[in-house]
Design a protein around this ligand. Structure first.
Ligand SMILES: O=C(O)CCC(=O)C(=O)O
Ligand SMILES: [Mn+2]
Length: 199
């Protein structure tokens, strides 16, 4: 038995599902994926329009997917890059666990503690009414928060390297989520959110 023998954990008490598989990939595999994705991805830092102001997105991003599956958010429009063998490998694993097929992935690089993602939901119209999102983490552990839109109930967990989080059902319509910035000195983290675009 290892210290890490925990099964999947349901994080949401009601209104949707967010199931965390804490050690889906082991530490060696995770390190290889982290380095491969960090060095081979053509990173971009889009400008976002937040409350009418232009700001640099506090993380680097790339969008991969099937041809034609473009993605728009906060005034940014991303045309998909072609799938790489590594991303396809990780996608297959996510599809098996989620029993769902994904046609695109948003890849994020949080360079340090000053990078993060503000409260939002993955609720763009092209994702349909109840999106299934598979969210994969490699690199340093960062906090992840989910907050219910009405009750304000908040769930706070850590996403460690090699973890897989499957969000589904009402998780995007009733809850918002964030990766808070941290004053701690932390190294880079890669996140992949696999999505299905229905247009
Ligand atoms: O980095 C994460 O774990 C979350 C990223 C996220 O919420 C997103 O890209 O929509
Ligand atoms: Mn999100």
């Amino acid at each position: 038995m290892t210290l890490f023998e925990t099964g999947p954990i349901e994080l949401l008490p009601f209104d949707g599902s967010a199931i965390l598989y804490e050690h889906h990939w082991d530490q060696d595999e995770s390190r290889v994926f982290e380095q491969e994705i960090q060095s081979s991805t053509p990173w971009q830092q889009p400008l976002l329009y937040v409350f009418g102001r232009e700001v640099e997105q506090p993380r680097l991003t790339a969008w991969f997917g099937d041809p034609g599956k473009a993605y728009s958010y906060s005034g940014t429009h991303l045309e998909p890059l072609p799938w790489t063998p590594t991303l396809n490998n990780i996608r297959s694993s996510c599809e098996r666990i989620a029993s769902h097929s994904f046609n695109s992935v948003l890849v994020n690089l949080y360079r340090d503690g000053q990078d993060g993602v503000a409260w939002h939901a993955d609720n763009e119209p092209e994702l349909g009414p109840s999106p299934v999102i598979a969210s994969v983490s490699f690199g340093v552990t960062r906090a992840f928060h989910l907050r219910h839109r009405e009750s304000k109930e908040t769930v706070k967990i850590d996403l460690n390297s090699g973890s897989l989080l499957i969000m589904s059902g009402l998780s995007q319509s009733r809850w918002v989520h964030q990766i808070p910035k941290t004053a701690r000195t932390v190294g880079p983290r890669i996140n992949l959110t696999f999505r299905t675009i229905y247009v």
